[in-house]
Design a protein around this ligand. Structure first.
Ligand SMILES: Cc1cc2nc3c(=O)[nH]c(=O)nc-3n(C[C@H](O)[C@H](O)[C@H](O)COP(=O)(O)OP(=O)(O)OC[C@H]3O[C@@H](n4cnc5c(N)ncnc54)[C@H](O)[C@@H]3O)c2cc1C
Length: 401
């Protein structure tokens, strides 16, 4: 056996998992098909529970020290939830995924775990005692377990033939990292009379220290094929339609189209192979729930695999990864679907939908409703572990508590 656990994919899920395995005393190899780390910002924030877990592992301080985070007002489907502000010791913070990945990578490297880049897994076999993974260059690795954190288009999921039920995307919206000019503070969500909308939230700063924003745009006629490149003119037009001349595009750093596809694997465990993060669940990115759910999958799986490797796991322990984490992502998919319906991504302005949204917005004047709704997206009651007022540092997951 070459290694206890092979982790495929060095995104936030894979790196978090490699760190958990390290804490649990399992030998780990972390591979990724890319030649180097992607510099795309991708997800934009960390939830309270994820921050607590990072805090316990000594990772929150270095993350916040980078000074690229901001505490944003919570929302549900674009309906602001201001009363929830200040409720949690570690409120939702906007931090670009690329920054989170940098902190995780540095931490792993300091503990002797470096990513093996250009290792694209192409083949997989398993028997009762081991898994053999083969890479594009023909090399292979034998491990006791394999964790697939290889993202939304997971090769491992395909090789397993794992069922991935759900629905394909029916609409696309533009998501872009931009620098904007505005002489006023923009509300996070704005709609025009004719159903066009824009969503803006802070995304830290660029290398020159200038504030960056994540901008999403949609509305009638704006749902184009995913492969159609996003143009500057399209973004300028979207801004003009929603804000008039109040907001100008200063710089377009990066743009893409995202869809509302929603799928989840039927089984998280396939013998000695486990699926985590986007490899197990995909949905429209609202509230950075994708990344946070994936990192919390890793928190659940890591110590269990460590216990199995070290020989103290009860027989059924590894099965609890599926039974505990499948309902979590299922709940995330449901709240994302409800939010995207209420947000009216396509700008249909259908009277029934507007009536539902008005009723919803009316109910959100109640403090308890605000707390409940913000919990879906920001504090994650479906998170792994319990939020607590004080966090004790965690040094090892290796021993039976
Ligand atoms: C362009 C983009 C924009 C996004 N924007 C947002 C957003 O605004 N908000 C939000 O919440 N979420 C967003 N997401 C989703 C969010 O980034 C994901 O939920 C998060 O990255 C999931 O982390 P992960 O580690 O599970 O998967 P990923 O981050 O996708 O990492 C998977 C890794 O596996 C590697 N890999 C894939 N196949 C193989 C293979 N065969 N062999 C070896 N390695 C392999 C990949 O190279 C990649 O590094 C975005 C995603 C993308 C791609």
């Amino acid at each position: 056996m070459d290694i206890d656990v092979l982790v495929v994919g060095a995104g936030p899920t894979g790196m978090m998992l490699a760190n958990e395995l390290r804490l649990a005393g399992a030998s780990t190899m972390l591979v990724d098909k890319l030649p180097q780390r992607s510099q795309l910002s991708k997800a934009g924030g960390v939830q309270s529970r994820t921050q607590e877990a990072l805090d316990q592992r000594g990772l929150l301080e270095p993350l916040l020290a980078l000074g690229m985070h901001q505490d944003s007002t919570a929302h549900f489907a674009g309906i602001p939830l201001p009363l929830t502000r200040g409720r949690h010791r570690l409120p939702w913070r906007s931090v670009p995924q690329v920054v989170i990945e940098r902190v995780l990578a540095q931490h792993l490297a300091a503990h002797g775990i470096t990513v093996r880049w250009e290792h694209a897994l192409v083949r997989l076999t398993q028997d009762e005692s081991e898994v053999t993974a083969t890479f594009a260059d023909g090399s292979s690795v034998r491990s006791r377990y394999l964790a697939a954190a290889d993202g939304a288009h997971s090769t491992v999921r395909s090789l397993l033939g794992a069922e991935f039920p759900g629905r394909p995307g029916t609409v696309t919206v533009v998501a872009a990292d931009v620098r904007l000019s505005s002489d006023e503070e923009l509300t996070t969500h704005a709609w025009s009379e004719n159903g066009h909308w824009a969503q803006v939230f802070p995304l830290g700063t660029d290398p020159q220290g200038r504030p960056l924003s994540r901008l999403a745009l949609g509305g009638p006629g704006r749902s184009l094929d995913r492969e159609v490149p996003v143009t500057e003119e399209e973004i300028r037009d979207g801004l003009r339609t929603v804000y008039g001349s109040r907001v100008q595009l200063l710089e377009l750093c990066y743009a893409r189209r995202i869809t509302n596809a929603a799928r989840q694997v039927a089984q998280y465990r396939h013998g000695r192979v486990f699926l985590a993060g986007d490899a197990a669940h995909i949905h429209l990115p609202i509230g950075a729930q994708g990344m946070n759910t994936g990192m919390q999958d890793a928190l659940n799986l890591g110590w269990k695999l460590g216990a199995a490797v070290r020989g103290w796991a009860p027989e059924q322990l590894l099965d609890t990864y599926h039974t505990e984490r499948h309902p979590v992502a299922a709940a995330v998919l449901r709240n994302v679907q409800a939010q995207s319906l209420l947000m009216d991504w396509e700008g249909t302005r259908e009277p029934d939908l507007l009536a539902a949204k008005e009723l919803f917005a009316d109910m959100t004047r109640l403090r308890d409703v605000q707390y409940r709704l913000s919990a879906y997206g920001l504090w994650s009651p479906v998170a792994y572990g319990r939020t607590s007022p004080a966090v004790r540092p965690l040094r090892s997951l290796a021993r039976w508590p």
